[in-house]
Design a protein around this ligand. Sequence first.
Ligand SMILES: [Zn+2]
Length: 504
Amino acid sequence: MATQFTRRTALVTGLAAGVAGLTFPAVASAAPAPSTTSGTAFTHMTVVDVTGARPRPDQTVLVQGDRITQLGRSSDVRIPAGMTVVDLRGKYLIPGLSDMHVHSDTDQTSPALYLANGVTTVREMSGTQKNYDWRKRIDAGTLLGPRWVIGSRIVDGSPSLWDPNLLSVVEVTTEDDGRAAVRTLKAEGADFIKVYSRVPKDALYGIADEARRQRIPFVGHCPDNVPIAEAVDLGQRSVEHLFWTPFGISRKEADIRAKIAKIRLGEGDYAGWFAAIHPLEWEAVHSESRVKARQLFAKFAARGTRQVPTLVMHKALDRARELTPNDPRRKYLSKDYWNTQDYVIQELYLNDRKPEDDAQWAAMFDYRLAIVGEMARAGVPIMTGTDTGTPEVFPGFAVHDELQLLVQAGLTPMQALQASTLEPAKFLGLEAIAGTIERGKRADLVILDADPLADIANTQRIHGVVARGRYLDPTTRQKMLDDVIAAAANAPAGTQVAACPCHT
Ligand SMILES: [Zn+2]
């Protein structure tokens, strides 16, 4: 419990501090003094520190404990006696990556796949006891995995889009329900409150106010019946996915909102939600207001509200007909996992979709890319998130897919890297100790074989990973991946896999 409290406090404090522009000098000065007995010296690399500075060639980085204790030109940095020296000539060093939107439920897969892919921080978007157990073991050093920020069970309206047999949902109707949900979920140990698509407006007001009182952030979907600008004004700290943004920048928003208000769905009718929302999205695309777009994105930027586009999920959904079972990364996941995912593709994604509609859905994805580019140009802070747990979104690997999609959307490779490193650190209030490669910061690092600024796809060419100061060299990393493949192949049929097959 102490760990949870500390992390939640750090998150809340950090969010408040981020708004106020404060820093954490006490934490920044806590870097351990150099010792002469232990640690690792990574030498002769090019450092891409993601502060925005140019890459610096031929650098040496000293790591002691879980911190970077020194870095500079290899000719200038004295390596204390006793340190292990790793010559990384020709390699590139970036900070550890973050996946700010995951759903993880597979013991022998999730923690290992994140870390082996250089993902050293994840934000779990519908927390389960399993996630808390992993975090405890990872923090204790008995399990290899990323740092885990864990959200509440999802808060949805009634009836929920979710079948309660699949996922534990807190259903709210009134403002008082919203307040009660925040208190309950905070008491359960959540780092933040996750709101969902069908939360009524009154309940969201209750959630927002109680979250402020309880000093816990709320994030998530933009509820269908709340204009996105209003959710931002209410203090929602991050908006997940890009389902609601087109409505918020449409000239016909009032008409569209009236239609949305009439959508009636039974419990667990996710397919019905897709079918109802998509034509309205398409209407919004054709009634975009440049003025409203500018105003909305300026509001995000001014309030520091984060957008987590999860483009990799949207691509799979919008272009679902193109998905094939041939991706070589399927070997990392069990047959049951794929049966669940294939079910979601057929029964939720493609259920009501006619082949003649495919071009329209594909165009919708192009529109989402354009929105992300425009948000970035407007100064909206963007973070990498993948919605791992949804179809064809591969744990760990998907962050690299998302980085490529962000560049396709118009971010520079540097901006894309920052969306996965510096921005999440700022969001979590950890900028003073994480997010870039600087002295005193956490030694969460990824070593690449090629320059990610020349081609963002080079983030996939991973040589090694440093997690909390521990070096996972190429052999260790490969063994982690091989163990996942073996575990997936040997998983007994009928084991529970993805807890969240879709969009939570
Ligand atoms: Zn999700």
